[in-house]
Design a protein around this ligand. Structure first.
Ligand SMILES: [Ca+2]
Ligand SMILES: [Ca+2]
Length: 382
């Protein structure tokens, strides 16, 4: 009888241990990623004008890399070892000043398009197995910042735009942005809503202008919000505004910044437009020890285990940028340094992406340029 008891307790112990192992493997922390592969990108990064984005261009659930140089968009596909160029879109030389472009599934067919803004035109490139289909649409405004996402939470994507009546130029000081929500159905562009309420976003020639950052359930509350950053200098904490879709329009609900590693929130539509805030602050000196480390610039969202996680950059006391993973729940923020990712230079986030390169799930894709050549290299962590 005691024998049976011992065997039974052993069995229970083994079952308990197995259960623990199971739960550990399913709740992997984003800070625990490790390097899966590395190699070359198969494209040169010659100039500072090169911009890189990723997109799910075909129906294979994989992310492709899009490299925009002065006159070409090059599409790279991962072949299990490295990245090879599979398509090129040549941009007409006299249109090579295209600065605004984005990617996303605008027609809601489960694969992303490349969307380019040329003057008052919206040009949509849709990749099929054979080639890119190009469609061009007239639009009443010049576009300064663009995003694709589901802002009204109906599971279909819209195009969100900062628009201007005037073309971008040095003379356009204090120009007001019109925040437009655009639907793309049946090969037609329709403006669903535009900012008639004076949300207060402005272009600037003094600091980098206000910018559309992402459309995501940033606070993990169950509904998507538009995240917009206020214009700022390179050495001050970014002010993030959250906008909700309410009764067919966008409303500012909250703003926040992250200083000393914790979240400071401001509330809602009663907040002054950010430009006023900046004017008030101009000339004031920040005490370094009071704000570092602070969160700066873009946020790249990913959905992991049903939670929104964001890649971001913190600035430390030595003004070094540290890549971090952020999780926000209401007014609480959890920030983890990505110590396993070595970064160089001033803007590491521009070269870090959440990507599914091989069809086996998302991880962190890091792109770098070697010191002594223009050859781009990649590392992938999962
Ligand atoms: Ca699509
Ligand atoms: Ca929608």
């Amino acid at each position: 009888m005691p024998e049976v008891k011992r065997t039974l307790s052993k069995l229970l112990l083994i079952m308990f241990a197995l259960n623990c192992m199971n739960s550990i493997s399913h709740s992997k922390d984003p800070t625990e990623f490790s390097k899966v592969c590395e190699g070359v990108l198969g494209v040169n990064i010659e100039s500072r004008n090169v911009k890189i984005k990723i997109a799910k261009l075909l129906g294979d659930k994989k992310d492709y890399i899009i490299v925009k140089s002065d006159s070409t968009f090059t599409i790279l596909k991962f072949n299990g070892e490295d990245w090879k160029s599979i398509y090129k879109i040549d941009i007409n030389a006299n249109e090579s000043d295209i600065k605004v472009w984005t990617t996303g599934d605008l027609d809601n067919d489960k694969k992303d398009e490349i969307i380019i803004f040329k003057g008052k035109n919206i040009v949509i490139y849709d990749l099929t197995e054979q080639e890119f289909n190009k469609s061009t649409y007239d639009f009443p405004y010049y576009v300064e910042s663009a995003l694709v996402g589901d802002i009204d939470n109906d599971k279909l994507n819209e195009l969100l735009l900062f628009c201007c009546e005037e073309p971008s130029s040095y003379d356009r000081r204090g120009c007001k942005y019109n925040l437009c929500v655009v639907k793309y159905n049946d090969q037609k562009i329709n403006i669903l809503a535009s900012d008639s309420q004076g949300l207060g976003f402005e272009a600037s020639d003094i600091v980098p202008p206000d910018k559309l950052i992402c459309i995501v359930d940033i606070e993990n509350k169950g509904n998507n919000q538009l995240v917009v950053t206020g214009g700022q200098s390179d050495v001050s904490p970014t002010n993030y505004s959250l906008l909700n879709w309410v009764n067919g329009n966008l409303e500012r609900t909250k703003s926040f910044s992250v200083t000393k590693g914790s979240m400071k929130t401001g509330n809602s539509s009663r907040d002054k437009p950010m430009r006023d805030k900046r004017k008030r602050n101009r000339g004031e000196k920040f005490e370094h020890e009071e704000i570092h480390p602070f969160l700066i610039g873009g946020l790249k969202p990913a959905l992991i285990d049903g939670k929104t996680i964001l890649l971001g950059s913190m600035v430390d006391k030595d003004y070094k940028r540290i890549p971090v993973i952020i999780e926000i729940k209401e007014d609480n923020i959890k920030i983890d340094n990505l110590t396993y990712i070595e970064t160089h230079g001033w803007y590491p986030l521009n070269m870090l992406f959440w990507a599914n390169i091989d069809g086996n799930g998302k991880g962190i894709l890091k792109i770098t340029k070697s010191n002594n050549s223009n050859i781009a290299k990649f590392e992938f962590y999962r």
